[in-house]
Design a protein around this ligand. Structure first.
Ligand code: ZN
Length: 287
């Protein structure tokens, strides 16, 4: 009988708040298995040495990274490269496609997605002259909002917003603007040239490719994310290489293992049917 893969989160204090890397095999925060027969192994080691747990899925590195981000202050304005650009310019790293589910937002909460420049020249002019208000596309957020952020999209999480982020296993970020903040007396490094290289102009909203499937949030070449609201008991089939369950509200159990808000775990290949009990809302992510 296959067992659930329960990981110890990697917790990171940032200049603007907290990040909880709940499913990560990235060297900057490689989660360890907390219990069971793989106890003590890092997720990267589990991927390398026990690929059968993941249905022998292909890839040099575990493909996804799941984080909960609690922003007390604004995150820097940033952009990520795609796989091809990162491979060439970032030592063979993956690029970053990511998506955000807003788990909590104050009434004044907002985020930045996209920009208003019509051409690369206009983009460069607006950046050079620090016309951030004109350039950046800021939109209000509320709990339950969902955003797909494709590479080349200017974006930032702002204060008063808490999100669950599912992304490619990458930590490559180009910082465009950091509100002139100081960290230990210094400004954090900006990456204007690379940002200009990768920002797509003009901005357009990405297709989420949900195929009209109920409660499907997004399906792209890297991940498929479904949302399930459970009040009582619900059973699902695990018939994919693996699935990641992330709790975005409430608490309950999955086949007797307690889960609560903020937790994520992996259901391995060949696990079969699983049952979630409780008053609980989860994201179910597969590749
Ligand atoms: Zn990002």
């Amino acid at each position: 009988m296959e067992e659930l893969i329960i990981l110890e989160p990697e917790i990171k204090e940032m200049i603007w708040g907290w990040e909880f890397w709940t499913v990560s095999a990235h060297p900057n925060g490689d989660c360890r298995v907390r219990e069971g027969k793989y106890k003590g192994l890092k997720l990267s080691e589990l991927w390398r040495d026990h690929r059968e747990v993941f249905g022998n899925a292909k890839g040099d590195v575990f493909p996804l990274l799941v984080k909960r981000i609690d922003a007390k202050d604004d995150l820097s304005i940033q952009v990520h490269p795609d796989d091809e650009y990162a491979k060439l310019h970032e030592d063979g790293s993956l690029g970053k496609t990511e998506c955000w589910y807003v788990i909590d937002s104050k009434p004044e909460g907002s985020i930045i997605i996209g920009h208003n420049a019509k051409t690369k020249e206009e983009l460069k002019e607006m950046i050079d002259n620090e016309r951030w208000k004109d350039l950046l596309r800021e939109i209000p957020t509320k709990k339950g909002d969902f955003f797909q952020i494709v590479p080349g999209t200017v974006h930032a999480i702002k204060n008063h917003t808490e999100i669950m982020e599912i992304q490619e296993n990458s930590d490559i970020t180009y910082r465009l603007y950091d509100y002139d903040r100081l960290k230990e007396g210094k400004r954090r490094e900006l990456h204007i040239e690379k940002s200009l290289d990768v920002i797509k102009v003009p901005y357009k909203d990405p297709d989420k490719n949900t195929g009209g499937i109920k409660d499907r949030l997004v399906s792209c070449r890297y991940y498929t994310v479904d949302k399930r609201i459970i009040d009582g008991s619900a059973s699902y089939e695990q018939d994919k290489p693996f699935k990641i369950i992330s709790v975005i509200e409430g608490e309950g159990d999955i086949d007797g293992h307690r889960i609560r808000f903020g937790d994520s775990l992996i259901i391995p290949y060949g696990y079969g049917r699983y049952t979630i009990n409780g008053n609980i809302t989860v994201l179910i992510t597969g590749i």
